[in-house]
Ligand binder design. Structure first.
Ligand SMILES: O=C(O)C(=O)CO
Length: 340
């Protein structure tokens, strides 16, 4: 018998299963799950939330895995209580801050994530935000299409990324990929991490370790946040930390919105405590239309698109599937996440 996987993306898709055939009803996913379904179907019988809720009695016993696509849906106690044979939650994405790991573990259920699959695409977004903010790309695009375009607008000069100092806060798999890219720009690379990387790894990208984050903040022209969101990193960057940064510095966030105290960031940007910010993540997502961050002109915000590429979502699904299968088959689990 094939293993069963349930999508918790109720608003996103509904998949109907007939014997030997799986029928997907995609909803508003922009084709994401439509792309992933054939991969999942190779190993799992897909059951949607809708299908599950409509036929709980029969479905609940069949479900051994829950596939969660990135940080959108969560898994609550009620769902866990209704799945007696659940063994693993395969998160497609690296951040698992939307999952209550302790509670899930109390149900004897494992959680896995996909740190390898997300690394390149998320590092690319970090670089894209850094370059776009440095060279004021969004403003440039607006000026180019506005009726009073000036070709050489010297009053909106940018700054150079090349040879600047980049401070990476959180040098995990994504942070390291950022460092590899930054090296090609001849950037001076500083990083701060709970655990120092191996010497060979530091040398390979020319990164210098800062034991204190304060040192990194003071020296960097660009500060990029790549940490996981945990109780320790919640509002890691607030008024004090922003005050340590250079007035010419730019803050880039590709981790989770709540790593920054957004109120403090609004103030810092309004008062030019720092030059600019570029965020792929905020809280909440999306921001309400009247949020003060949206009223500033020294900020770029993208809607959490770190892994929004055809290649990344496929690799994420493959990594998640490998993890889930390893759990179900009692094999070593490539990327298990443990409660703290
Ligand atoms: O993998 C994740 O958790 C992400 O949010 C990537 O942007």
């Amino acid at each position: 018998m094939k293993n069963c996987v349930v999508s918790t993306t109720a608003s996103v898709m509904a998949e109907e299963e007939l014997p030997g055939v799986l029928i997907l009803d995609i909803g508003g996913t922009h084709g994401v799950l439509e792309n992933l379904a054939p991969l999942l179907k190779k190993h799992f019988r897909l059951i949607t939330m809708k299908e599950f809720l409509e036929n709980k009695k029969e479905m609940s016993k069949k479900i051994q895995s829950v596939f969660v696509f990135e940080c959108r849906p969560t898994v609550d106690r009620e769902l866990l209580e209704s799945l007696p044979n659940l063994k693993v939650i395969g998160n497609s994405g690296v951040g698992v801050d939307h999952l209550d790991l302790k509670m899930i573990s109390n149900f004897g259920v494992k959680v896995t994530n996909t740190p390898h699959a997300v690394a390149d695409s998320t590092a690319d977004i970090g670089m894209a935000l850094m370059l776009a903010s440095a060279r004021r790309l969004v403003e440039g695009c607006q000026i180019a299409v506005s009726p009073d375009t000036k070709c050489f607008a010297v009053d909106w000069l940018g700054v150079e990324v090349t040879r600047a100092t980049l401070g990476i806060v959180g040098m995990g798999s994504i942070g390291y990929k950022v460092a590899q890219r930054a090296r090609a720009f001849n950037m001076r690379i500083l990083y701060h991490n709970r655990n120092r990387r191996r010497k060979e790894e530091e040398e390979a990208v020319g990164a210098h370790y800062c034991e204190k984050m304060e040192d990194l903040l003071q020296q960097s022209d660009f500060v990029m946040l790549v940490v996981n969101l945990t109780p320790e990193t919640h509002k890691l960057i607030g008024k004090k930390e922003l005050g340590l940064m250079k007035p010419t510095a730019t803050l880039i966030n590709i981790s989770r919105g709540a790593v920054i105290d957004q109120g403090a960031l609004v103030e810092a940007l309004q008062n030019k405590v720092i030059r600019a910010a570029a965020l792929d993540v905020t809280y909440p997502e999306p921001l309400p239309r009247d949020h003060p961050l949206l009223k500033l002109n020294n900020i770029i915000i993208t809607p959490h698109i770190g892994t929004a590429t055809v290649q990344a979502i496929r690799m994420m699904a493959e990594e998640a599937i490998a993890n889930m299968l390893a759990v179900l088959n009692g094999q070593p689990i490539p990327s298990e996440v443990f409660p703290k």
